[in-house]
Design a protein around this ligand. Structure first.
Ligand SMILES: [Fe+2]
Length: 353
C-alpha cells in the first residue's frame, strides 16, 4: 500500500496518441469479421465460470451491509479474439495484425530493436456501466505462464517491483470507434495509481493510443444512455451478434430471447493490438531460448529475501501457490490498491455505487 512503492509503478513511456490508427478499409474488415463470426461472449464470462464465482470475487469492493446481486456486477461488454499467441486466425485481417505502422511505433515507444505481434482482440458493447475502478492487464515474466503460474501471483510480482529484470516487455495499440455522446472515454494513470489521471475523451473515432497496460492502471468509462445500460434479462451467458434485421445494428440475446437491439450510433468498438518487444538480439535470445527463466522456487526465494530485508517474519511456505497465509502476507506487503484520484468527468465507480 505504500505510496513510495506505487510511484514507481508506471509505463515505460507516456502513452502516445495515434489518430487514424487504422485505414478505413481495415476498420471495415475488422467490423465485418465481428459481424460474420459471432455471436460473442461477455468479457466477464471469459473470466468467471459461474455467477457465484463472479459475485464472490467482486464482493470485496462492496460497502458493508450491502448484499451483492448479479445485476450489480454484470455489464453488457463482449469480447473476441482475431489473433492469439502470434497467430492470426483471419487471413483477411493479417495486415491489421502484422501491422508495420504499429510495429514501428512500438519499437520507438520502447526504444527497442525487435517486436513480435502477439494478440489482436476486440471489445464490443452498447450502452454499459463499468464498475472496474481501474486495473492492470495481465503481466508475464520469463518463465511464468498463465497456465503454470496463477494470475494473482503474477500480479503481486508486478506490484512488488522485484522482478523487473524478468518482465516480458510488451506494448499495445488500443483503438476506439465510438460515436456516442454519453461517456465512453478512457482514463489512465501514467504516474502510478496515486498520481493524477489523464483521459482520452469521446467521441473517439479511430483514435488509438500506444501503451504498456501491464504497468499502467487504466479503465474504460461507462458509456451510453443510463436507461439502456442494464438490459433486462442479461445473464453471464448472454451473447452479442449482428442484428439480422438491421444492416449496421447489433442485438444481445439470452438463450433464444433477444433482450436488446443496439443501433450503430451507440456501439463502442475497441480494437486491442498487443505485441512482445525485445530490446536487442541478446534479450530476444534470452526469451526464446529460456536461458534465464524464473521458476516457482526462484520466485519464492526472491520474495523471502525481500521480506527478510524489510524485517517481516515469514516462514518459508511448503506449497507456496496454495498457502493462504503466504498469499495473504504477499498481498498485505505488496498490493498497491486501486487508483485514488479520478477525473471529475469520470468519477470512481466505487464512490458512485
Ligand atoms: Fe485493460
Amino acid at each position: 500500500m505504500s505510496e513510495a512503492m506505487s510511484s514507481h509503478f508506471r509505463p515505460v513511456g507516456e502513452p502516445l496518441v495515434v489518430d487514424g490508427a487504422y485505414r478505413d478499409d481495415q476498420h471495415a474488415r475488422l467490423l465485418q469479421a465481428v459481424r460474420d463470426n459471432g455471436p460473442w461472449k461477455l468479457i466477464l464470462a471469459q473470466h468467471f465460470a459461474s455467477v457465484e464465482e463472479l459475485i464472490a470475487t467482486m464482493s470485496g469492493a462492496m460497502p458493508e451491509g450491502v448484499t451483492p446481486t448479479l445485476d450489480m456486477f454484470l455489464t453488457p461488454a463482449f469480447r473476441g479474439f482475431f489473433a492469439e499467441q502470434g497467430v492470426c486466425k483471419h487471413p483477411e485481417l493479417e495486415d491489421c495484425f502484422y501491422n508495420s505502422d504499429f510495429m514501428a511505433r512500438t519499437r520507438a515507444y520502447w526504444n527497442a530493436q525487435y517486436v513480435r505481434p502477439e494478440q489482436l482482440m476486440f471489445n464490443i458493447q452498447g450502452p454499459a456501466d463499468n464498475l472496474d475502478p481501474g486495473h492492470l492487464d495481465a503481466v508475464t515474466f520469463r518463465g511464468t505462464h498463465s497456465r503454470s503460474t496463477p494470475i494473482w501471483l503474477m500480479n503481486i510480482m508486478a506490484k512488488s517491483g522485484l522482478f523487473q529484470d524478468w518482465l516480458l516487455k510488451k506494448a499495445q495499440v488500443i483503438t476506439w470507434f465510438y460515436k456516442g455522446e454519453v461517456g465512453g472515454g478512457f482514463t489512465y494513470w501514467p504516474d502510478g495509481p496515486h498520481g493524477q489521471p489523464r483521459r482520452i475523451a469521446a467521441p473517439m473515432w479511430n483514435r488509438g493510443v500506444v501503451v504498456q497496460n501491464e504497468m499502467m492502471y487504466h479503465r474504460g468509462e461507462p458509456n451510453g444512455p443510463v436507461e439502456m445500460r442494464h438490459p433486462e434479462g442479461l445473464d453471464l451467458h448472454s451473447l452479442i451478434e449482428a442484428d439480422p434485421d438491421d444492416a449496421t445494428g447489433w442485438r444481445i440475446r439470452t438463450d433464444d430471447r433477444v433482450i436488446q437491439h443496439i443501433p450503430e450510433q451507440e456501439i463502442r468498438f475497441l480494437v486491442h493490438w498487443g505485441a512482445e518487444v525485445y530490446e536487442d538480439l541478446d534479450e530476444m535470445k534470452k526469451v526464446m531460448d529460456h536461458t534465464d527463466d524464473l521458476d516457482t522456487q526462484r520466485i519464492v526465494d526472491i520474495f523471502m529475501a525481500d521480506l527478510k530485508q524489510r524485517g517481516i517474519q515469514c516462514d518459508e511456505p511448503a506449497d507456496p501457490l496454495h498457502d493462504q497465509a503466504f498469499i495473504m502476507q504477499l498481498v498485505d506487503v505488496y498490493d498497491i490498491g486501486a487508483p485514488s484520484i479520478y477525473p471529475p468527468e469520470a468519477p470512481s465507480p466505487l464512490q458512485a455505487a
